[in-house]
Design a protein around this ligand. Structure first.
Ligand SMILES: Cc1ncc(COP(=O)(O)O)c(C=O)c1O
Length: 294
């Protein structure tokens, strides 16, 4: 069993300087921990350079702004900190996790006197969010009983820590039942996404994906939309009902951690996977893209 993330060695950039990994601590009485008053990013570096780094930094600042946090650094400072960290950690391919949280100065729900902290960690052993074997075979999904909330219930454009409990509970529900992940519907009953990734479906030359009007419009999702359009597929963004998903031949998830991961089944519906599938081809195209735009 691997040791906890807190037991690792290396460096973490925290509040403006690099500190040894094991010393990057925060007090237990922290607003961010108690009320999920925090936002974060998930990024991936290939050959030492973060794919769409600026887009991730912009989203971090926008997420913070949406939940009322002003990050006490500039976008450029965060960009520099990320690339310095990757160098200091001697990483080539790695996952990068910036996080911004309200600290210990204020422990009610009021944010008036809250102190803001920023940290960035990186690790190189998340080759994929899903293990390699499951990725090649395709994932099995089950519909979650938890729904993506309405846009006036949760800040869906922010990568805010609070709403992630819905994803955590959905993932737990799926794994306890022996599935790899959960399909989340939205508050209206439309198909929304996976627990930490967006979803696409394929039928012949049509590639369909739900409209991101109550869930994150992932940076990978936007990249894949461009990719499939350039390949000549007909990209359709629309509301998709659960009763429609058995009409598709293939399905896959997209996300920074998940990259492109084919889906072999949702509930009792099976999808094509394997070397001859379009999903497999797109997975390889994506790998080529992220390694070539450097
Ligand atoms: C809930 C959720 N949806 C979608 C995504 C995909 O976003 P991105 O491609 O920007 O990583 C993520 C991952 O960050 C996520 O956590």
């Amino acid at each position: 069993m691997a040791e906890g993330f807190d037991k690792r060695d290396g460096w973490i950039w925290m509040d403006g300087s690099f500190i040894p990994w094991k010393e990057a601590n925060t007090h237990i009485v922290t607003q961010g921990l108690h009320y999920a008053s925090a936002v974060f990013e998930g990024e991936r570096a290939y050959k030492g350079k973060i794919f769409k780094s600026k887009e991730h930094t912009k989203r971090l600042f926008r997420s913070a702004q949406i939940i009322g946090i002003k990050i006490p650094f500039s976008e450029e400072e965060i960009e520099n900190a990320k690339s310095e960290l990757i160098k200091k950690m001697n990483f080539n391919n790695c996952y990068v996790r910036p996080v911004v949280w309200r600290g210990s100065k204020q422990m009610g729900l009021s944010t008036n006197n809250a102190d803001i902290h920023v940290a960035i960690a990186a690790w190189d052993d998340w080759h994929s969010y899903f293990n390699e074997e499951d990725r090649l075979k395709g994932l099995s999904l089950i519909t979650s009983p938890w729904k993506r909330p309405a846009p006036d219930t949760a800040p869906f454009e922010a990568k805010a820590s609070g709403p992630y409990i819905i994803c955590t509970m959905s993932k737990q529900f799926a794994e306890e039942k022996g599935y790899n992940d959960a399909l989340m519907l939205d508050y209206r009953g439309y198909v929304a996404e996976g627990t930490g990734a967006n979803i696409f479906f394929i039928k012949n030359n049509d590639i369909c994906t739900p409209i991101p009007d109550c869930f994150l419009n992932g940076i990978t999702r936007q990249t894949v939309i461009e990719l499939v359009k350039n390949k000549g597929f007909n990209l359709i963004e629309k509301h998709i009902l659960p009763s429609e998903i058995d009409k598709f031949d293939e399905a896959f998830l997209t996300g920074t951690a998940a990259e492109i991961t084919p889906i072999k089944s949702i509930n009792n519906i099976s999808y094509n996977v394997g070397n001859n599938s379009i999903g497999y081809e797109l997975m390889n195209d994506f790998t080529e893209l992220v390694n070539s735009t450097l």
